[in-house]
Ligand binder design. Structure first.
Ligand code: UT7
Length: 330
């Protein structure tokens, strides 16, 4: 953790949540469920839904603008825009390119990273590598998803879990000893169909039949995801901490992917960290996929829960399966 080495520091953060709210009580009118079941099993009370006619980059634009303001930089200062998302505005081009134009960034390279709920950590890790290699100086890293667009609102096992949102982080190069100390990423593709969208890709392009059968919506074995998520996030968090050279006692805040409060509590127990050092905001937003970590990070910063010198542990798990962790010194 000594100075001198080129690292990526967090210069600014920002987030955007759509204004439309769907509460558990609203869902009670749509499917056979209850506020009590959803609260006890997940911790979620409400989620945000992107307004019709808007796309992923519209949310990302507001989050990115706030992150740039916070960093005191202009879009023209950026060298790269990397966005974690699985709900791009169009099949192609990437949402990062759509966002680049909205922001008025010029002379950059922009692309999306598809790693579902781990998308932000994957994007962060890629941007961090470019910065440490000296190829770029400033990067905008975004996690933005509108999973409401992939939900079957008649399927109570999935529609209660997810929401829309965007979070962004501006990274810059520094040699002051702070910044991203480590990132760790992992996948196991043998679980691809445990959490996926069967149609709408090249195997089964969307047609009338796939739409009638709701095959373009999320299909999940929740129990399987739950079981593997806790163990995987614990293991990869320990690996990231070891590489960073910090112990769990030196971590002032854990910002986990916001999927299920029970997953987060089990993870905190296994890591041996008390829940008052764990950021939880899924009660308000549900699982926002790639957005959940940068949204929670931005909220934690604005609440004064992250101070200069603090060490923060991020970790995520999701479809792929893809999971990861990062350790950042602020
Ligand atoms: O980023 C990764 C994304 N995915 C996840 O994080 C998912 C991880 N998994 C989970 O969060 C949990 O497995 C769920 C919240 C999805 C489900 O909780 P669970 O404790 O694993 O419940 P279950 O699937 O075992 O279902 C228990 C019962 C079932 O009824 P029976 O078979 O016991 O009669 C379900 O049919 O609850 C029923 N059920 C519901 N009841 C009311 C399932 N969904 C609902 C619902 N409302 N929304």
């Amino acid at each position: 953790m000594s100075g001198g080495q080129r690292r990526s520091v967090v210069l600014g953060t920002g987030s955007e949540l759509p204004s439309k709210i769907i509460t558990n009580h609203d869902l009670e009118k749509m499917v056979e469920t209850s506020d009590e079941w959803i609260t006890v099993r997940t911790g979620i009370k409400e989620r945000r839904i992107l307004e019709e006619g808007k796309g992923n980059a519209d949310m990302a634009f507001h989050a990115a603008t706030r992150a740039l303001d916070d960093a005191n930089l202009d879009a023209t200062d950026l060298d790269a825009i990397i966005m974690g998302t699985v709900t791009a505005d169009y099949p192609f081009p990437s949402s990062a390119c759509v966002l680049e134009d909205m922001l008025g960034a010029r002379g950059v390279f922009s692309f999306d990273v598809g790693a579902a709920c781990s998308g932000f950590l994957n994007a962060l890790s890629v941007a961090d590598s470019f910065i440490r290699l000296g190829k770029i100086r400033n990067a905008l890293v975004v996690g933005s998803d509108a999973l409401s667009r992939l939900l079957n609102w008649q399927d109570r096992t999935t529609c209660i879990l997810f929401g829309d949102g965007a979070g962004a982080v501006v990274l810059g190069a520094s040699e002051n000893g702070n910044g991203i100390l480590s990132t760790k990423l992992r996948t196991d593709g043998s679980y691809a169909k445990t959490l996926y969208v069967p149609a709408g890709g090249s195997v089964k392009p969307a047609n009338r039949k796939t739409v009638e059968r709701n095959e373009h919506t999320i299909t999940m074995n929740g129990k399987e995801v739950f079981k593997i998520a806790v163990r995987s996030m614990e293991d990869i968090s320990r690996e990231a901490l070891e590489e960073a050279g910090v112990s769990i006692d030196e971590v002032s805040l854990v910002i986990p992917h916001q999927a299920n409060r029970r997953i987060i509590v089990a993870l905190a127990e296994r890591l041996g960290i008390s829940m008052d050092k764990v950021m939880v905001n899924l009660d308000k937003y549900g699982n926002t996929s790639a957005a959940s970590i940068p949204v929670a990070l931005d909220e934690a910063k604005r609440q004064g829960r992250i101070q200069k010198g603090n060490v923060v542990l991020l970790n995520a798990f999701g479809a792929g399966f893809a999971w990861g962790a990062a350790v950042i010194k602020f």
